[in-house]
Design a protein around this ligand. Sequence first.
Ligand code: G3H
Ligand code: 13P
Ligand code: ZN
Length: 284
Amino acid sequence: MSLVTSSELLAKAEKGRYAVGAFNCNNMEIVQAIISAAEAERSPVIIQASQGAIKYAGLGYVTALVREAAMFSTVPVALHLDHGTDFKQVVNCLKSGFTSVMFDGSQLPLEENIRITRKVVEVAHAVGVSVEGELGRLRGTEDEINVSEREAFFTDPEEAVTFVQGTGIDALAPSIGTAHGRYRGKPDLDFQRLKKIRELTGVPLVLHGSSGVPGEDIRRAIELGVRKVNIDTDIREAFVKEIRHVLAVDQDEIDPRKVLGPARIKAAEVIREKIRLFGSQGQA
Ligand code: G3H
Ligand code: 13P
Ligand code: ZN
């Protein structure tokens, strides 16, 4: 199959009231883990690469790996740019064959975020590619902030309407209390805010920082309109933990296949669990 857009996947998820997993990749083994998990669960899937992943692996390699994975896959696959912060980077991804891009202007003033995101929508839609925008800031799990500071980072529902209407984005990533990386305590999600953003904007919502969020919270967010759930940290952790384990058992192991192969299996196990949690199994 050739790559599909994330809009196509999210439209089906909307009808079926489930969410599609968007899993971050950095290397060949993780791309393979994502594809094998999606195929085993008969699930559509979004494979995403951050700017850091593209810098590490190279844009050509990332695109080639995911295109190859999709070509022989029996489930629909989208290739998405995660947290693009540079217009030129977005255009390079479009040229390379990505079928979905995120422009993350969450650090910019609202007007500037709208202006650049709209420009991204114009060029991406011209070549049939979907666009995710972000409004409100996701803090890092390491940030020490109090309750009122926390709220100040959250997406304002009225501003979300201005943002969605002013940009024409296909999906919106709001800030409602999740954070990237490992959580120190239990994440505290603002479901009322999520509900309101969804009711006012009507677009599919994206939950970032979803590793470590309890399953019941993920389910509730999906009931309220989240259609794309981003997972990176849980995959990294499973992958690297297994590498550590293999090397602890045999410190003399020098065959990369014997180190990375088992890590790939562990990553795929985590991804399969996530797919079932998001309810996208059997939807391919
Ligand atoms: O949202 C962040 C993703 O987990 C990607 O992280 O920029 O370290 O590749 P990264
Ligand atoms: P986690 O690493 O917290 O799962 O977040 C992933 C993410 O939001 C990628 O955009
Ligand atoms: Zn993110």
